[in-house]
Design a protein around this ligand. Structure first.
Ligand SMILES: CCCCCCCCCCCCC/C=C/[C@@H](O)[C@H](COP(=O)(O)O)NC(=O)CCCCCCCCCCCCCCC
Ligand SMILES: Nc1ncnc2c1ncn2[C@@H]1O[C@H](COP(=O)(O)OP(=O)(O)O)[C@@H](O)[C@H]1O
Ligand SMILES: [Ca+2]
Length: 567
């Protein structure tokens, strides 16, 4: 077979304009060539072949390059030969070049690529290049396809779960109208399962799915749906590796299959915090180009019983109460969180308990940093590898262990939040812990002590502005590797949370004469799911899972405006 040059350069036409198009190992570039028309038309003979003729034209007229556009090969979605219809050939705009095209067999190929349109949003753009003859066209298509086939990080077969009831119940439509055709364009085959009940995806992944067939798993839905997929995948990976989920000290086996999120939920914080926007097309394109973002996972146990995994927020008090109330109002869709948030804010309950934690000492970052976890994050890449198995300390007294000293804090709290990532979402674009890292093996504990309503409102409002939500006397934040929470009234005193409320009712109302239903314990909000125990032990498993994302890009480069050339 004829060996192709490593750099391919041709003079091609985009609509009626001439471009010098170059493909090297990493970039596809097209530069407009502005011909000094007078000279060209006088010199070019219609007997010459198109390419040759253009090359000469460029040479003789000392072509001037104008706008330069380039696309990394890694962000090309597809390439295909395109039919040139008679209409296009006959269009007025070709007339200008008629002396060139009359004797040529005009053919074309189209490149679909990622266009960054600002605010982290990606779109699929098409650029059609017209060539003078078939050989050049085929050479371009062959070369581009060859380059794409070298990108081994790209998925070819995906397993897709759609929650038709997440968010505004648009999951199915979003997938069918915005995502499916992009996967087809990128030659990705899919097996699609529309879930029929809660935990359908989790259980299918745990026991049934033939995971050897796939290069990734996609969930269409919100954080709850993502959580289902994470639970299914982690459980399956541990059972394949013989790890006992109930053993809170076990080192978990890493999950190699990547997970993609097509946002169609109510909060979409995991998508937002890993991509920078909750937009289905952007997420589909990150999946297609085969991005990878490792992510920490917290395991939550009650003594030696496994409860849940969490990747975003573990919230007790305010966020637990918001979730508990909002579940009753699911029919409201995403607005249920604002409604319940307002009610919970007015109820102003505080909870007593003890939180013990192992501060993260070997990490480069701190929760009060002004820098943020961004694409290619230095802190996440230079995390100190945790080789020791998880050990539980932090009882009544500080405990010295080789891994550090446990700190114990007892008090009355309006909220106890553990954010293992920023938890940025459309409601709070900087998130609960703006400096938290996606993959550093730590979680940030935010303690909001009992304070006035006005002060709590000040704290909440700061989540939506540039002001520091931690710079308040009643708020503390710690970066930790593990923590433990014990409510003042232990779970064991009551058989379940409902009993807690009923049993505690009388006593609590004597303590709080102004309220009529204060429960003694709150519930933990674990990525949007309610935990059935208030006493929990949490450990962070560094980079346990991987997502089809690349982290939020700093000042994403804006493409020059090529839309006017798109065919
Ligand atoms: C006064 C405005 C205050 C705005 C404060 C906004 C802070 C928002 C931080 C949200 C962190 C979200 C972390 C992610 C949680 C999700 O895993 C989880 C599940 O998501 P899914 O339904 O998509 O499956 N989502 C949630 O638990 C929802 C939490 C949303 C809480 C919204 C709270 C709104 C508070 C409004 C208070 C209003 C006070 C007004 C007083 C006059
Ligand atoms: N077919 C289904 N019917 C009912 N619930 C489902 C179904 N599929 C998934 N779920 C559950 O719906 C819950 C919410 O899903 P999610 O997609 O996160 O939407 P939202 O962001 O609106 O909460 C999750 O806990 C998930 O387990
Ligand atoms: Ca983290």
């Amino acid at each position: 077979m004829e060996k192709q040059p490593s750099v391919l350069t041709s003079l091609l036409l985009v609509k009626s304009r001439l471009f010098e198009v170059t493909l090297n190992r990493t970039l596809l570039t097209w530069k407009e060539v502005q011909l000094r028309r007078k000279k060209v038309s006088g010199n070019i003979s219609s007997r010459l072949r198109f390419g040759f003729c253009l090359a000469n034209a460029l040479h003789r007229t000392r072509g001037i390059t104008a706008g330069v556009h380039s696309v990394p090969v890694s962000e090309i979605i597809a390439v295909r030969e395109t039919e040139v219809d008679k209409e296009t050939k006959d269009e007025g705009k070709w007339q200008k070049m008629s002396h060139i095209t009359t004797e040529t067999n005009l053919c074309a190929f189209t490149v679909s690529y990622v266009e960054k349109t600002g605010q982290h949003r990606w779109r699929c753009s098409n650029m059609t290049f017209f060539c003078s003859d078939e050989t050049i066209c085929q050479q371009w298509v062959r070369k581009l396809k060859e380059q794409l086939s070298l990108l081994t990080c790209r998925p070819k077969h995906l397993l897709v779960y759609i929650n038709p009831y997440g968010g505004k119940q648009q999951g199915k439509q979003i997938y069918e109208h915005k995502v499916a055709q992009l996967f087809t364009l990128a030659s990705i085959s899919t097996d699609v399962i529309v879930t029929e009940h809660a935990n359908h995806a989790r259980d299918h992944l745990k026991t049934q799915a033939d995971l050897r067939k796939y290069d990734g798993i996609i969930c269409v839905g919100g954080d709850g749906m993502f959580s289902e997929v994470v639970h299914g995948l982690i459980a399956r990976t541990q059972s394949d590796s013989g790890v006992d989920l109930n053993d809170s000290q076990a080192k978990l086996a890493q999950c190699n299959l990547r997970i993609g999120i097509i946002p169609a939920g109510s909060t979409d914080c995991i998508c937002y915090a890993t991509v920078g926007v909750n937009d289905p097309v952007t997420s589909a394109l990150h999946i297609i180009v085969g991005d990878t973002q490792p992510m920490d996972v917290c395991s939550v146990h009650n003594h030696n019983t496994f409860l849940k995994y969490s990747v975003s927020l573990l919230g007790y008090g305010f966020y637990g109460d918001v979730l508990t109330d909002s579940e009753r109002n699911r029919w409201m869709g995403p607005a249920r969180y604002d409604f319940s948030g307002f009610k919970t804010f007015l109820s102003h309950h505080y909870y007593e308990g003890t939180i013990s934690f192992l501060p993260a000492t070997n990490t480069l970052g701190s929760p009060r940093d002004s820098s943020r976890c961004r694409s290619g994050c230095y802190v996440c890449q230079h995390r100190v590898k945790d080789i020791s198995p998880i050990k539980w300390g932090g009882g009544d007294v500080n405990e010295n262990e080789s891994e550090g000293e446990w700190k114990v804090i007892k008090g009355k709290f309006l909220a106890i939040n553990a954010a293992s990532m920023s938890c940025a979402c459309p409601r709070s674009p900087k998130g609960l812990s703006p400096a938290a890292h996606l993959a550093d093996g730590t979680t940030d504990i935010i303690l909001v002590r009992k304070c006035s309503r006005l002060n709590f409102l000040r704290h909440l409002l700061r989540h939506t502005s540039k002001d520091d939500q931690f710079d308040l006397t009643f708020v503390e934040v710690y970066r930790v590797k593990k923590f433990k929470f014990t409510p003042n009234h232990c779970d064991s005193e009551f058989s379940n949370i409902r009993d807690v409320r009923e049993n505690a009712f009388g006593q609590i109302c004597r303590d709080h004469p102004s309220c009529d239903c204060t429960p003694v314990n709150s519930n933990w909000n674990c990525d949007g799911e309610i935990l059935e125990h208030a006493a929990i032990e949490v450990g962070v498993h560094c980079q346990l899972i991987k997502l089809f994302a690349r982290g939020i890009e700093e000042n994403p480069p804006f493409e020059e405006d090529v839309s006017s050339f798109a065919v």
